[in-house]
Design a protein around this ligand. Sequence first.
Ligand code: FHN
Length: 468
Amino acid sequence: ASAQNKTMRQQWQHMHSAKKEALTAFQNDRFGMFIHWGLYAIPGGIWKGKKMEEMGVPNVAEWIQLVARIPRQEYADLANKFNPTRFNADTIVLMAKHAGMKYIVITAKHHEGFAMYRSTASGFNIADATPFKRDAVTELYQACKRHGLAFGLYYSHNIDWADGADAQYQETKAINDKKGLPTDSFGANLWDPGKNSFQQYLDKKAIPQVKELLAKYPDLKCIWFDMPGLMTPAQSFRFYKTVYQQQPQIIITQRIGNNMGDYDIPGDNKIPDQAAEFALPWETVGTLNNSWGYKSYDNDWKSPGELLYWLVEIVSKGGNYMLNIGPAADGSVPAQAAANLKAVGQWMQVNSEAIYNTRRYSITHEGPSNLRMDNTEQRQKEGFTLSITPEDFWFTQKNKTVYAIALKAPENRQVTVKTLSIKNRTITRVELLGNGPLPFTQHDNGLHFILPEGPDYTHGFVIKTTGR
Ligand code: FHN
């Protein structure tokens, strides 16, 4: 059955033109905004005076319910306090748009099981269970329409600490125990088991919620399923089919489980190896500090320069970058997050044509690869320091045009791009983005030109080359 499901899934993907077009549009967009927002924004990484670090799990503030083993009811009561009066969908959507992002994906429901939209399938939702009473997902959906961004949803289909993941764990464990096999308890609510079976959770909550989301938002870009855990192929397929039957154009993350998705996610904060070739389009998701959900005391913000580094590193390798914000419990976006996105946007304003609609060039980047970007500590442990030199170039391609991206300009403004030597390609025109055509020469050892005086080279420059 599993092989059959997979084959059916693949046929759909290959046969349906709407799905194909959606995947191309997705690859053209290249840069999007992820939003992790839920009740976990209230503790913001601290429970009863204890920080995530003291409880043994430093990042992922959205995991506090599991990390602090908060009883179901006590956690659910956070809803009574959730009143994000500073939430403004237009502000957030414009923040994404001005950063150069083309789409937004928000957590309709994260592992905590709380819906950020008005749900008929579960009263544990923002409109029915909080003093706020508004439907945040719908407001963002409408704002995206107003400002021309595509819209997608994250949905935690397997882990649900309010209603489900524990049941799946208990059931799988019972089967495995008989066979003498171990069972991975990762992500299961083991501290306060619920009453429903996993099947009940699927039938009464998860599938109905996915269906109602599909009905509420008739033109979704993607559904970002996450963490399949112990799900069987049949269970993953049920989600895939549910989405496909209602909206065949929706593209689905590989994290739906059992290899049934339409696009790959290399890993959280993970840029794939230079040599990695994916059969499917792919997207790296990344954090601005070290947490997806709001973490009140985390100030390890990636600088604009570093964010640009990740953007070009990913796009030059042929992937998408979806960068996350974690709004606070009052609905505001941390000031440093907003400022850093704005700086990225200033670069994008001049250089975005080297990002949008591009594909991987035969040479992607002369420099380090296979990088992680979790946090400063992790990066240091792995011996990665962000050093960008004027010798670093990233490349992207659009038909006969090749872009060379530098994030640092040489002091004397004399540039050599080795990769663009006459041996590789004959160039007929060179243009400095945001400026204009440049005189150049091309030799065996590369392309040479002098940067004009005047432009701001704080974050380097991009050249557009046309040739044969
Ligand atoms: O457990 C989640 C985590 O909270 C966050 O949502 C990330 C985003 O990719 N996904 C899971 C971990 O991989």
